[in-house]
Design a protein around this ligand. Structure first.
Ligand code: B12
Length: 264
């Protein structure tokens, strides 16, 4: 018989990965995720360590070495990714995240001014973050990418009421509508928008994105076309402008997002 009392089970019950993780400081976590280039790293650091006052000057400095898209992706967005990681580990709290998001907003405005192509409008996209949802960082990035690809963007902001979205689509007649939802409590606004638009005879693609939704959910209601990343926006919008309806975009989604179309 094994004498269970004589066995030290402590080492078996210890989750060493969690022990290691909890010992990490925000600096440790950030240092694993920073971009290598010093100017971009400075931008990411401003976001992570909540130095909102420096952000505009540091983004401007980075723009003298890198394209606006590089500054957004590898500087500003990397900073938010690091903040998300630190928040998810319970080290940062909501106020930290709010200050970081403010810094991101200031930075993206500077980067946006430096983008070419914002003037020639190829078509119009109405964008919003779902009713009840304050998360708009991903939407703002997607808006910048669409503008830089020459599309006109009407950005309705965050926490936009379903009826306001519908009214704006009816008055502006865009080629595409987009919605972002990061909360499981707000994603149900999307099918409500789609249903009301269909009742009014509107049949445009409605690109839905954000951490709360997935492709299966978005394709469970009419008009819905899923997007996983901001960079997918222009790939989907271009097809809508070419006259593809939401059904055809859905059917060809894998080819559009992951590969090339036949004949291209
Ligand atoms: C930043 C943040 C906030 C900020 C938001 C600031 C802002 N201006 O956006 C603040 C501090 C305000 C906030 C508040 C809250 N938050 Co918060 N927040 C986050 C956090 C840390 C990061 C989200 C983020 O910006 N990610 C980065 C962006 C880039 O990702 P994204 O939006 O998904 O965008 C990507 C794609 O989806 C896509 N995309 C997005 N939109 C579009 C559009 C188009 C057209 C295209 C093509 C692509 C596209 O492109 C992007 C990538 O390329 C997440 C945690 C996490 N790890 O995600 C929690 C998180 C989203 N928050 C959460 C919660 C619960 C809240 C609060 C309710 C907390 C509270 N207890 O009060 C409050 C909201 C209260 C309210 N109702 O007002 C939960 C949601 C859980 C759920 N499943 O419902 C999360 C997941 C945290 C968690 N793990 O619990 N939050």
């Amino acid at each position: 018989m094994v004498d269970l009392d004589s066995i030290n089970i402590e080492p078996f019950l210890t989750r060493y990965d969690i022990v290691m993780e909890s010992k990490e400081s925000p600096q440790d976590i950030a240092s694993r995720m920073y971009p290598e280039e010093p100017a971009l790293r400075k931008v990411a650091e401003d976001i992570v360590f909540l130095r909102s006052k420096n952000i505009e000057a540091d983004v401007q400095a980075a723009l003298s070495e890198f394209s606006p898209n590089q500054v957004i992706d590898s500087g500003l967005l990397r900073g938010i990714e690091i903040v998300s990681e630190i928040y998810d580990r319970g080290i940062y709290y909501l106020p930290h995240v709010m200050v970081a998001a403010d810094g991101f907003d200031k930075g993206i405005k500077v980067a946006e001014k430096a983008l070419e192509g914002g003037r020639q409008v190829k078509g119009t996209v109405v964008m919003h973050a779902a009713e009840g949802d304050p998360h708009d960082i991903g939407k703002n990035i997607a808006a910048v990418l669409l503008k830089s690809n020459g599309y006109g963007v009407i950005d309705m902001g965050r926490d936009v009421a379903v009826d306001d979205v519908v009214a704006t689509v009816l008055s502006e007649r865009p080629n595409v509508l987009t919605g972002t939802a990061l909360m499981t409590t707000t994603m149900s606004a999307f099918p409500r928008v789609a249903e009301k638009l269909q009742e009014k005879g509107v049949d445009i693609p409605f690109i839905c994105a954000g951490g709360a939704v997935n492709r299966g959910y978005v394709e469970s209601f009419p008009l819905g076309v899923y997007a996983d990343k901001a960079a997918e926006g222009p790939k989907l919008v271009v097809k809508a402008i070419e006259g593809w309806d939401w059904r055809r975009i859905r059917e060809n989604w894998d080819k559009l997002i992951r590969g090339t179309m036949e004949g291209e």
